[in-house]
Design a protein around this ligand. Structure first.
Ligand SMILES: Cc1cc2nc3c(=O)[nH]c(=O)nc-3n(C[C@H](O)[C@H](O)[C@H](O)COP(=O)(O)OP(=O)(O)OC[C@H]3O[C@@H](n4cnc5c(N)ncnc54)[C@H](O)[C@@H]3O)c2cc1C
Length: 426
């Protein structure tokens, strides 16, 4: 383990990961504590889910819930200022989007990162240690920074089911690799493709394949239907500060149950995507007498094998029995999982963890650890079960950042108001 290097820059706050979570934090911190926060990002340049910005893909969150506005609507890094500054505001208004293109959100983030100027790219932080009274951030070959406090916003990575992991399965691709690996129907349009995963990413994958000319797509989902996103007003009540406070006060078992029961408020498929899919199938049937997409819900993939250039998946059906599907390509849209925390063994030993080995996250998003009063570790997008389903989403980004800044400064710099609530929880 290295000790703090005298040449590495020292920051009051070092944020690891340059996704929307930490960009929001940096944007809100800019006016309040100028120059005190730096972001370390593994990618070489600004990017947001770059493999999943296909034409037609839309943000599931209103643009009003940008990096800053819910906490500080006058902040220069608002989405509205981005539109005005880049000269696109009138074109944007006239395009009358119900939901903005995901590509636009990625561009907005890149603009905000450039404006901030505090993101250090190409910094894959492989070790966070605590030595000589400060945090030490290492890449594989050197110490790049030290800090009084750290905020960790590593996001998630694609989850691969155990039966599809590690095996030599030629033809199995992650949804996010599709653009890079598949240009169009490779040989014949009736070459079979399997898409595994019945959520929004799976649905987008299917539509993407149709647009590339594939005409024999089988879509496997674990739920017994391809469930729509619940974007109703009452579902959206879960994504507001008042509910967040209520949720944090619930017993752990109730929180776990609610997270499971509320999952379709963020894991379902948008109505627009479902409608497009059904219309694509309908029109193709009119033209060719055959639907390009066969929808197979209630299938849980349990085994996989690859032979002679094709992949075979065995599935257990929800209502009993097994079936087999073979295809040239298998696209995995099987959810996301948290990236592991790059703590050194020494730091890990100082952190309090729950029964799953995850750090215990306090209401202010700090984690419990030995030196917590003087040196804080905050985590973003890592507290689904303690802080509810808003935590892994973009909905309350600015609110979470505001809570962290208030906590770091030990005063209410940002006042979060959510006064008009008609649903009564307590
Ligand atoms: C395709 C897709 C679309 C989504 N759309 C929506 C939506 O419409 N609405 C919504 O509410 N939510 C959406 N989400 C969920 C979620 O809001 C986003 O994933 C969001 O990007 C999370 O922000 P984040 O900053 O926490 O993580 P990320 O955006 O994943 O950013 C984390 C960053 O940390 C970097 N990093 C990771 N490890 C290290 C390391 N060791 N050192 C340095 N850097 C590191 C990564 O390169 C990455 O840039 C979507 C998710 C996906 C996958």
């Amino acid at each position: 383990m290295r000790s703090a290097s005298p040449t590495a820059p020292h920051h009051r706050v070092a944020a690891v990961g340059g996704g929307p979570s930490n960009l929001s934090l940096a944007a809100l911190a800019e006016d309040v504590v100028p120059g005190s926060l730096a972001i370390y990002e593994r990618r070489g340049e600004p990017a947001w889910h770059p493999g999943q910005l296909t034409p037609g893909s839309r943000l599931q969150t209103t643009w009003l819930k940008d990096l800053v506005s819910l906490a500080d609507p006058r902040n220069r890094l608002s989405f509205l200022n981005y539109l005005v500054t880049t000269g696109r505001v009138y074109a944007f208004l006239n395009a009358q989007f119900d939901a903005i293109p995901r590509l636009e959100y990625a561009r907005y983030l890149a603009w905000a990162a450039t404006e901030l100027g505090t993101v250090h790219y190409g910094m894959d932080i492989t070790g966070i240690d605590f030595a000589d009274g400060r945090f030490v951030l290492d890449t594989a070959d050197r110490t790049v920074a030290t800090a009084d406090h750290v905020v960790i916003g590593l996001g998630t990575r694609a989850h691969v089911p155990p039966c599809l992991r590690g095996a030599d399965l030629d033809g199995v691709l992650l949804a996010e690799q599709m653009d890079a690996h598949l240009t169009a129907a490779q040989s014949a349009p009736y070459e079979q493709v399997l898409v595994v995963g019945g959520g929004q990413t799976g649905a987008e994958c299917v539509l993407n394949l149709v647009s590339r000319g594939f005409r024999d797509i089988r879509w496997l989902g674990r739920r017994h239907w391809f469930a729509p996103l619940d974007d109703s007003p009452s579902a959206n009540d879960f994504f507001r500060p008042t509910y967040l406070r209520f949720f944090q006060g619930l017993p752990s078992q109730t929180r776990q149950r609610y997270v499971a029961e509320q999952s379709l408020t963020s894991d379902g498929i948008t109505m627009a995507t479902l409608q497009e899919l059904y219309r694509v199938n309908y029109e193709a049937f009119l033209r060719d007498g055959r639907c390009p997409v066969m929808m197979l819900p209630g299938r849980n993939v349990v085994e996989a094998a690859s032979r002679h250039g094709s992949v075979t998946l065995w599935c257990e059906r929800d209502w009993g029995g097994r079936e087999r599907h073979t295809a040239r390509y298998v696209m995995l849209a099987t959810g996301r999982e948290q990236c592991p925390l790059p703590f050194t063994p020494r730091l890990r030993d100082l952190v309090e963890t729950d029964t799953d080995g995850e750090p215990v996250v306090e209401q202010d998003y700090s984690i419990r650890w030995k030196h917590s009063p003087e040196h804080r570790i905050f985590v973003q997008n890592r507290a689904r079960f303690s802080h509810g389903l808003a935590d892994p989403n973009l909905s309350l980004l600015a609110v979470r950042s505001a809570v962290i800044i208030n906590s770091l400064l030990d005063r209410d710099v940002f006042v979060i108001r959510d006064d008009q609530v008609s649903t009564v929880w307590t």
